[in-house]
Design a protein around this ligand. Sequence first.
Ligand code: FES
Ligand SMILES: [Fe+2]
Length: 415
Amino acid sequence: MSALSIEDDAPFIWPGDDTSRAPYRVYTDPHIYAMEQKNLFQGPTWNFLCLDVEIPNPGDYKTTFVGDAPIIVVRTKDGGVNALMNRCAHKGSLICYKPRGNVQELTCVYHNWVYNLDGKLTGVAFRKGVGGKGGVGPEFNADEHNLVRLRVDTYRGLVFGSFSEETPPFKDYIGAELIASIDRVFIKPLKVLGYHSQMLPNNWKLYAENNKDSYHASLLHVFHNTFGVVRPNMGGGIKLSENGWHHLSYTERTPPNDDETGREKVRSLKEQYKLHDSTMMEHRLELGDLVTNSIQTIFPNLVVQQILNCLAVRQLIPRGVDSSELIWTVLGFADDTEDMTALRLKANNLVGPAGFISMEDGCVGGFVQRAAKADPEARTIMPMGGSGIEPSAGSRVTESAVRGFWKGWRDCMKI
Ligand code: FES
Ligand SMILES: [Fe+2]
């Protein structure tokens, strides 16, 4: 698929040689949004589609999106996974319009064209007409009208799709170091505990950046700092893939720093606040380390989250230039006791649209979106930790991973 380019009448010049500045136009320009569909979401990227465990049986399907493109992810009869564009080859209707289900084949409701689970067109209603009249001509070749099929790669129960032949295998796409951090969390077969979804009043990239922005966590999220999930003086750091596109930010309990006297003084901190019931903050160590908080992004649309015992994946879907949808799939392990499930669900009050440490992320992107419109050629600055894209062993007070996001964006967009 050939890349779109910025139109001559709307020249786009990236400010500077690095990615420490981004023009506000990237959040507001419909032409850039259209370019992202072709060059990034349908470009050389792996996009999260669903979890293996959501479609366990042959014929189970789930509908989702890669960028604006509607997708059916379906378990095949031989146990594989296919990802098909959810768009009929005839007149372009959605074929599956429910979130999930089980089918033997895929039948379009509009004129009943039928596809098998590989997306092959197997039936055309009234193909030979009625009573010798009508129907398609002899030149009609069904083999030319199959559903668009994506490449699929799965890793530890995560299912990804790519439109591009250029995307390297998933393991190479994110690299060994970040593969290791998926291995660290997904140690056993998974179980879905539930879902949250929320509409964000902002361009998808503002939420993508927010996840890579470890600098804001202890400042915007007062709960974090007050009750101790994340404080800037805790151990931890930032890891980045070699190309900068993907990241991991983590914090760990390191006893010398993790005490009350080491609390960073920030203006919003209310030291007198105490939880009446602190069991929501209980943390049972289960992953072989002392990490309290691990946020991993896989460019462009996935976050893998471990906050205490609260495990989730977050899928980001653009919904127009100034809107996006965030879907949280809350996870446990298949062999969890009832007690452990209850603990995970209680800790889940921390996250989601109204979560104590995530509700602010649902509105702060909207604050930027509203302020960005007026002056598209003005730009943000991301100076924390310099201007490079490097991992950080000791500190999370850096915007290095956000600069890495913009590198990924520029690599795909060819800007
Ligand atoms: S649009 Fe699907 S059969 Fe006509
Ligand atoms: Fe946040």
